[in-house]
Design a protein around this ligand. Structure first.
Ligand code: PNS
Length: 163
């Protein structure tokens, strides 16, 4: 890709090993990857945007070409501001597809310059989601296989035993 700044948007409430897997694979393919915390109007979040950004920063500290940001606006606009050539999305299962396809077409309409690229989630993370992590920790379950160790305590402190 000519300009290989790409962006990986999401709510990341919180970041999981599934997200980190996509981040590592995309960072290996492009010059620069910007992970951007965004607002999903369909979700209510447990962590503030700043907390989510901090947790991502801790999780990607060993990846030199990865930046972390927060943007409270349209993804298509953000891609324009950053002159990004592509939006990276992780695709878990067919259940993700329809919604992701709709978003990709909408973003293309809003910003024809930007492509959406889908990476298939690694099989060991097919089932993993932030909401599942929150549910497990709220019932005092072990989430160490699901979230980066750097943020494990942050999540347990905030949400542990609230179920
Ligand atoms: O991790 P999520 O919640 O599946 O990520 C969805 C997200 C945040 C990428 C999406 O809701 C989004 O792009 N929000 C920004 C606002 C926007 O551009 N909405 C129109 C998308 S078609």
């Amino acid at each position: 890709m000519k300009n290989s700044t790409v962006i990986y948007p999401g709510s990341f409430d919180p970041i999981t090993y599934g997200h980190l897997d996509i981040i590592k694979r995309a960072a290996a393919m492009f010059d620069k990857l910007i992970v951007v915390v965004m607002t999903n109007s369909k979700k209510s979040c447990s962590f503030t945007p700043e907390e989510r950004r901090e947790m991502i920063l801790k999780s990607v500290k060993d990846l030199p070409n990865v930046e972390v940001d927060f943007y409270d606006g349209l993804l298509a606009e953000y891609a324009k501001i950053k002159n990004a050539s592509a939006i990276i999305k992780g695709l878990r299962a067919m259940s993700d597809f329809e919604y992701e396809f709709q978003m990709a077409l909408t973003n293309k309409k809003l910003n024809p310059e930007v492509e959406t690229l889908f990476l298939t989630t690694s099989t060991q993370y097919m089932y993993l989601s932030s909401s599942m992590v929150k549910q497990i920790v709220s019932m005092n379950g072990d989430i160490s296989d699901f979230v980066p160790k750097e943020i494990h305590e942050d999540i347990v402190e905030r949400l542990g035993g609230q179920g």
